[in-house]
Every structure is written in C-alpha cells, then in structure tokens.
Design a protein around this ligand. Structure first.
Ligand code: 13P
Length: 336
C-alpha cells in the first residue's frame, strides 16, 4: 500500500468523511453576513476552531479542508490549527486553487486558476502540516454546456494540479462540480457528469497520477434546482452509483461527495441510500461544507458565546453524516 493510499484511506474509512471548511474569505463573509456576524479574522477563527474541537471530530471527521488564512492561524488553545486537527486523529488539508475565472472564448463558463507557483506553495503547506489538498472546477449545464472547451481545459488543470500534489507527498482531492443551478433534467446531469468525470480520468492517467492516492469529490446526480421533475432519493442514489461505476477507474479508493446546495437532510438521506445500494468497491462518504455547518452557524449567530449549543449542533450533523456513510442513518435519529 502506498503512503498516499494510506492517507486517503485514513481520511475516508470507517464512516469518516471530510469537513469542507475552506470557504474563501469572500464566501465566508457572505455566510457570516447572512447571519449578521462580522466577518473578521477572529470571528472566522472562532467559529472554525469550535468545530475542530467538537466531540464528533474523533469519530466522524477524517479530514478537514482549510483555507489559506486558517491553516496559518493559532487556535485559542495555543495550538496551530493543523496541530489541533491532528491531535484528534484527523488530517489537515488545504484548498490550493486560487478561484474561478471566466473561460476565454466561452465567457459564461469558468476555468479554475492556481497552477502558477503551485509547486512552491505546496511545499509550504506541507511544512504547515497539510497532507491533502483540494482543487475545484465548476461546470454549468445548458443546451451547449458544459462545452468541450470547459471540460478539456478544467480536466487538464485538475491533472496538472494532482501530479504536483502527489510529487509533494499529499493526496489530491479532485473536485469536478457540475452545478445544480438551472432547470435541467436529472438525465442531463447524468450525461454531463459522466462526460466530465471520464475526461478528468483520461487526463489524470495521461499525467501519470497514482489513482490509488486520490479522492474524487463529485456532485450527486440530481435534477436542476429549478426543475419540476425531482428524483426520489432512491433514484438519486441509483443514478449516482451508475454514473460513477461507468466513469471512475476501480483503483480509486474512495468518493467523497460535495453537498452543492442540498439541504442537510437531503444530503444525508441521499448518501445513506448510496451506501445501502452501493454495488461498487468504492468507499462512499461526504466532503460537505454547507450540509455540515449550516445549522451550527445559525445557532452560533444567535449567541456567539454559546460554544456548547454550537458544538452540539455540529456534533449531531456530523454523526448523522457518519451514519449515512455506513448506510445506517434513519430519519428517526434526526430528532436529537
Ligand atoms: P458544499 O458541500 O457546501 O457544496 O461545499 C463543498 C465544497 O468543498 C465545495 O467546493
């Protein structure tokens, strides 16, 4: 077993998943503005360190994705943030893309940037304690979208990123996110997601990336947010499994889904059914941002001194996701 494979398995095995706490300062400011909390470096740290020192971290969170600001911060307990995370048996990760920009010659679409100087930045992040990384590309669905141009250029960047990350002894999370925005059908999401993921693996293989040392972070197969024809959770799970079975090489150890705008319960129920119906050898778990943090943030915003209620809320959500990662969740457990 390679070292990279070991790290990947440590992050996603035994019902553990990933806490995506890597919102950029801009995104975090939007989240904090929405609940009337000032977006200062201190407040961003306060909320995040509360999550990282919660009870459920030990059993449920195998890895935490951090943002550049957070990985360099020191917690109120005096430990660096990566040390705080590893002290509870979890692995610190870091978002290394520098964001999305308009794609030249297809300006409704996006290209993810961040390859320039990446090798040097990776070395610094490793020294700070990171052992895995994230790079997210996004794709819209429309009549002629995602275009071949967006699919090919983003796959190329994801592969170059992954190769550099492995060269620096870290596990790359490969995140091609086909967005939920729009009124497209689930069939369309299925077809486009399949095409996007297949192209990513074609490029990863071309760039000689060790597939046993990556984690794929895809969207689930869902109808667009504005579509009137939503799939049942059972069908979401079956279509998602079929798509991944068709497009992901068997060497990949695991798949950690993004929540992408699903509600906390939806994201939990869908993951639970994916695990109940799992007819693949892939570990299927979560790498949720909003679906792990939303309720905790709301509770915290009511009284930013109430650490206990905030942590209890996060603990509950993380435990529900962990049960779903084992196919053992039930709606009955939701009434704490
Ligand atoms: P969401 O689960 O809120 O979609 O965030 C996951 C993530 O890391 C997006 O890049």
């Amino acid at each position: 077993m390679s070292e990279l494979n070991k790290i990947a398995l440590k992050i996603i095995s035994n019902g553990k998943g990933i806490l995506a706490a890597d919102e950029s300062n801009r995104t975090m400011t939007n989240r904090l503005d929405a609940v009337n909390v000032a977006s200062t470096p201190e407040n961003r740290l306060l909320f995040r360190e509360m999550l990282f020192s919660s009870e459920a971290m030990k059993e449920c969170i195998g890895g935490v994705i951090l943002y550049d600001e957070t990985i360099k911060q020191t917690s109120s307990f005096g430990k660096s943030i990566p040390d705080l995370i590893s002290s509870v048996g979890s692995v610190a990760g870091i978002k290394v893309d520098t964001g999305i920009k308009d794609l030249a010659n297809s300006s409704e679409e996006k290209i993810t940037e961040g390859l320039d100087g990446l090798r040097e930045r990776l070395k610094k992040y490793y020294q700070l304690g990171a052992r895995f990384t994230k790079w997210r590309s996004v794709y819209i669905i429309g009549e002629s979208y995602p275009s071949k141009l967006a699919i090919n250029s983003n796959a190329h960047a994801l592969a170059r990123y992954s190769a550099l990350v492995q060269e620096n002894k870290m596990v790359p999370i490969v995140e091609p996110e086909v967005l939920m925005d729009g009124d497209h059908s689930a069939d369309s999401c299925f077809d486009k997601t399949t095409e996007v993921i297949k192209k990513c693996f074609e490029e990863l293989i071309l760039h000689k990336v060790d597939l046993t040392g990556i984690i794929l972070k895809p969207n689930m197969i869902l109808a667009g947010k504005q579509s009137k024809n939503k799939l049942s959770s059972e069908d979401v799970s079956k279509k998602t499994l079929e798509c991944l079975k068709n497009s992901v090489p068997s060497e990949v150890p695991g798949i950690a889904f993004l929540s992408g705008g699903q509600s906390e319960i939806e994201a939990t129920e869908n993951l639970n059914l994916i695990n109940i119906n799992n007819n693949t050898n892939f570990i299927m778990t979560y790498s949720y941002g909003r679906a792990l943090q939303q309720s905790a943030l709301k509770i915290w915003s009511k009284n930013t001194k109430d650490i206990e209620s905030t942590q209890n809320t996060f603990n509950h959500r993380a435990r529900m996701c962990s049960l779903a990662a084992k196919g053992k969740w039930s709606n009955n457990f939701e009434n704490k």
